[in-house]
Design a protein around this ligand. Structure first.
Ligand code: VGL
Ligand code: ZN
Length: 183
């Protein structure tokens, strides 16, 4: 069973948002093309309270129930079976989708019989990285769809460092076209 996890494709991480990732919106069409290739599609949302230690490091973003926390309007959401909300506490960052507090992602995937998890979304060097490393550590075959992610790049090259860290953790990098053409 192959599952696509779309990480944090939310307005605040796209151009015009409060923590915009350069080109964050350019991966939406790539992800929309991937969605029909999977039996199971799920997503995470950064879903912060108004006040959190997280906002000592970052501009205020993805406050729960606001426009900034909504999915990018062009993302096809009808096949998304479950949304995992993370960063919901005021004392931690909640970068990884495995830290979701509304539903436990690991148990959900095991219940569904998922062995391979394919990850796309924002941002490569934070929530994608944290989610991919957790997935691999938990024993899922973890694929990061490189051209369906974008990085914050606080420092130039942070994206490449993130990919290296994911590879070291056992993740496989893959291109969207490979999936669209083959699965
Ligand atoms: C993220 C920074 C702060 C992410 C979330 O989704 O990658 N990055 N909060
Ligand atoms: Zn956040």
């Amino acid at each position: 069973m192959k599952c696509l996890l779309i990480v944090d494709l939310q307005n605040d991480f796209c151009p015009g948002g409060t923590l915009a990732v350069e080109g964050g919106d350019t991966i939406v069409s790539t992800i929309n093309a991937l969605i029909p290739k999977f039996d199971l599609v799920i997503a995470s949302k950064d879903w912060h309270p108004e006040q959190t230690v997280h906002f000592e490091k970052w501009p205020v973003h993805c406050v729960r129930d606001t426009f900034g926390a909504a999915f990018h309007p062009d993302l096809q959401t009808n096949q998304i079976q479950q949304v995992f909300l993370k960063g919901t506490e005021n004392k931690n960052d909640g970068y990884s989708a495995f830290e979701a507090t509304n539903i436990n992602l690991e148990s959900f995937l095991r219940d569904k019989g998922v062995q391979s998890l394919y990850i796309a979304g924002l941002a490569t060097d934070f929530c994608v990285k944290a989610s991919a490393i957790d997935a691999s550590d938990k024993g899922f075959s973890t694929f990061v769809i490189r051209d369906a992610t974008k990085a914050v790049n606080l420092q130039p090259g942070d994206d490449e460092k993130a990919y290296q860290a994911m590879i070291v953790a056992g993740c496989t990098l893959i291109e969207a076209q490979t999936i669209v053409a083959s699965l």
